[in-house]
Structure formats: structure tokens, C-alpha cells
Design a protein around this ligand. Structure first.
Ligand code: BEZ
Length: 403
């Protein structure tokens, strides 16, 4: 792979660059595409394991941008020490995850891992991070197990469990009297668990799931699924797709003539970061998520303005999760004045942190997953606007976590 390809999907602007970071690129063919080094010595080493290629590229880039923005706003220092950021392309490919995680921990000897986006990558990564005791902050991947049976003192999440965003949508549809629903999702952990969260409220409240249609990840051939849905004619379809796949699904849905016939809903990933690209096909879609573009709080206004100024585009939930990963790590490292070997004290500070997030303030559950509000949103003029709070302070059930 040439240098050009290695940097594919990476923003040319860096928030850390704004505070005078030096930049270097690792040798061609390395799994570690880019290094940013700040300060002269004794830096905190952070490795990002995020998708910089493939269908989740937008998500990885948005997280990275906002994580760097949080570090820049911290003056480029954590606990008085400079920061070295090592960016690794996970490609959202689970089979590569163990090797890349091992490299970050054993070769690069990072102090923190920040990643991933994909639940399958998270499963492989978390098993190793747990074993090695490496401090890890997950800024997206929702794999329920990571804050369930695999929960661990050194593993934190600033995003959601896959169960969480689906759960409020089941309640919303029931309240509106919609009883017969088809589920359509990418058939890997995230899609299945998102459907599980939905069913836990919808079916428990008397709703019927008529059919579940799984499309292999990352495939975007949706025609067979759409033909089947059209023949079933359910009250609504709950769909889990994200990034490039979500753009294609929503456009195909409209092109198949379903937009005005059957309500399409989902967890917010269906329209998040991609509502503009979906254009008219996405207008009016309703989803549930722990964020909405226009949330009226000072942290959201400041964050969105800074993001726009630095990167020239609108922020989204993936960025918010990356920004909060920076805030959470800062809370921990500042508390031990940079002495990351004092892991117990650092973990305690992170556990007790109240994160002043663009999504609204949140705290961690004892399983290290955010307890947060979930909003019903609607796409209006290419923005995910808040309609109302669908569920307040929703915690993941964290089944199987005994740490
Ligand atoms: C996941 O794989 O956990 C995931 C990916 C994209 C959006 C949401 C969840």
C-alpha cells in the first residue's frame, strides 16, 4: 500500500496541528499509517484503532477529528505530559483486529487504545485488552458483551451498547399503535443486538415482529430485502445500517417506492452523518439516538462551532463520542498528574467523571457504559432534529458483568 492509500480518508486538517503538532508518516506497508508527535519527551501514547477505509470510513474520521479536537482544547497535554497519537486503520475487519491490537499493545506499547467502530473488531480487541490490562476507551462499537460478560476495570465506553438505541424505538412505535414490524439489518453482532434492544421493548409490550431480514456485512445489495418487505406490507420497518450502507439503503428504499407506503425507522445510525448524502430520500425519517444535531446546550453549541471551524463540516454523534473519549481520558490522566502507572486511581477518576458532553451531561454505569438520554429525532432539511426525549437516563442492562 502506498502512502497516498494509507492516508485515504484521513482529514488533511488536524485539530492537534492547530497547537503546533509535528507530523510524521510511518514507512510504507506499515499497519500504522500516521503518527502525530507533540512535545519533546515522555509523551502519553494513544493508539486509535478505527476504520480509515471501507464503509465505516466516515465514522472513523469523525471520531478521530473530534478526539484530536478535545486533545487540542486540553492544550495538547494530559496530566502535564505531551501526547503521541498513533492511528491504525482497522478497516472494520474483525479478522485483522487481534493482530492490530497486539501490535499497539506489545510493539507500540501504548498507554491507551481508543477504538473501534465495529462490534466484531471490538470483541477481538476487548478480549486482548482485558487480558493485558491496557486502558481502553471505545468511542463507538456497541457490542453488548464489552460492558456485559467481558466488562473489565480497564475498559470504558463513551458511546452506547447496541441494545440502547433500539430499545426506545420499540416504545415509540407501540405508543403510536404500530403493531406489525419487519426488522432488516446487517447480519453481524451490531445489527442483531440492535434488533434485540428493539424487541425487548416492542415485543414485551405486545408488538409482533413478522420477519427478520439479515443482509451480510458490508454488502449493500438490498433489492431482495425490499421486494420481500413490499410484499409483507408491515406497519413499519426497523433497520440497522450505518455509514455508506445507510446512504444506499435509504436511497434504494425511496427508489423502490416504499417511502410513502411503509414507515422506515431505526437507531439513529440510519441517518447520522449521512442525512445530507441521502437527500430527499432521507427527509422525514425518524430514528432514536443519544444525540441530535440541534440540542440546545452550551457544550453542543461550542463543540459544533469548533468542529465546523476546524474541519469545515458538520459534526455528528460519532464525533461527539470521540470528543467525549478525549474528555474521559483527560479526567483520568489529569487526576494522576500524568502517572498512568497509577491505574487504580486513574480508573477511579474516570468512573467518577461527569462528562459535560454535547449530548448533555452523562455518567458511567458500574459496567463503564454511558447512562444517557435517548431522543426521538426526525430528518429536517438534512439535519437530525430532536423531536422529544424518548427515554431518559437509559442504562444498559449489562447482563453478565460482574467486574
Ligand atoms: C457497531 O458495529 O457496533 C456499530 C457500527 C456502526 C454504528 C453503530 C454500531
Amino acid at each position: 500500500m502506498g502512502k497516498k492509500d494509507q492516508n485515504k480518508g484521513l482529514s488533511r486538517r488536524s485539530a492537534l496541528g492547530l497547537i503546533g503538532a509535528g507530523a510524521g508518516v510511518m514507512a510504507a506497508g506499515s499497519a500504522f499509517p500516521t503518527k502525530f508527535a507533540i512535545g519533546a519527551q515522555s509523551k502519553i501514547k494513544i493508539g486509535t484503532l478505527l476504520p480509515y477505509s471501507g464503509t465505516y470510513t466516515w465514522l472513523g474520521q469523525s471520531i478521530t477529528n473530534s478526539f484530536e479536537l478535545a486533545l487540542a482544547q486540553a492544550g495538547g497535554k494530559l496530566g502535564g505530559r505531551g501526547i503521541e497519537l498513533i492511528k491504525v486503520d482497522s478497516e472494520a475487519k474483525p479478522p485483522k483486529a487481534a493482530e492490530l491490537t497486539n501490535k499497539l499493545i506489545n510493539q507500540e506499547k501504548v498507554d491507551f487504545i481508543v477504538g473501534p467502530v465495529h462490534s466484531g473488531v471490538a470483541m477481538a480487541m476487548a478480549k486482548i485488552a482485558r487480558e493485558e490490562g491496557t486502558m481502553t476507551v471505545i468511542p463507538n462499537a456497541g457490542a453488548n458483551q464489552v460492558t456485559g460478560p467481558l466488562c473489565s476495570p480497564n475498559i470504558f465506553r463513551t458511546s452506547f451498547s447496541n441494545w440502547q438505541p433500539g430499545h426506545p424505538m420499540g416504545k415509540v412505535l407501540l405508543e403510536e399503535g404500530k403493531k406489525n414490524v419487519v426488522l432488516c439489518y446487517w447480519g453481524y453482532g451490531a445489527g442483531k443486538q440492535s434488533a434485540g434492544g428493539f424487541k425487548d421493548s416492542f415485543v414485551a409490550g405486545g408488538g409482533n415482529v413478522i420477519k427478520e431480514i439479515a443482509v451480510p456485512f458490508p454488502k449493500v445489495e438490498f433489492q431482495a430485502a425490499l421486494t420481500e418487505i413490499a410484499s409483507i406490507k408491515p406497519d413499519a420497518v426497523y433497520a440497522f445500517f450505518a455509514g455508506g450502507g445507510a446512504v444506499k439503503f435509504v436511497k434504494d428504499w425511496a427508489a423502490a417506492g416504499l417511502k410513502d407506503k411503509i414507515e422506515l425507522v431505526g437507531p439513529g445510525f440510519l441517518t447520522e452523518g449521512v442525512a445530507k448524502a441521502q437527500g430527499a430520500a432521507g427527509e422525514g425519517l425518524r430514528t432514536t439516538l443519544h444525540y441530535a444535531d440541534g440540542l440546545d446546550n452550551p457544550a453542543n453549541r461550542a463543540y459544533r462551532a469548533a468542529y465546523k471551524k476546524t474541519y469545515g463540516k458538520e459534526a455528528d454523534v460519532y464525533g461527539v463520542q470521540g470528543f467525549d473519549a478525549g474528555q474521559l481520558i483527560k479526567a483520568g490522566v489529569d487526576a494522576v498528574q500524568g502517572d498512568v502507572a497509577a491505574q487504580k486511581a486513574m480508573v477511579a477518576a474516570m468512573e467518577g467523571a461527569v462528562i459535560d458532553s454535547p449530548r448533555g451531561q452523562w455518567v458511567l454505569s458500574s459496567a463503564h457504559n454511558p447512562v444517557q438520554n435517548f431522543y426521538l429525532r426526525q430528518v429536517r432539511n438534512g439535519r437530525n432534529e430532536m423531536v422529544r426525549v424518548a427515554m431518559e437516563n437509559l442504562a444498559d442492562p449489562a447482563k453478565g458483568c460482574s467486574a
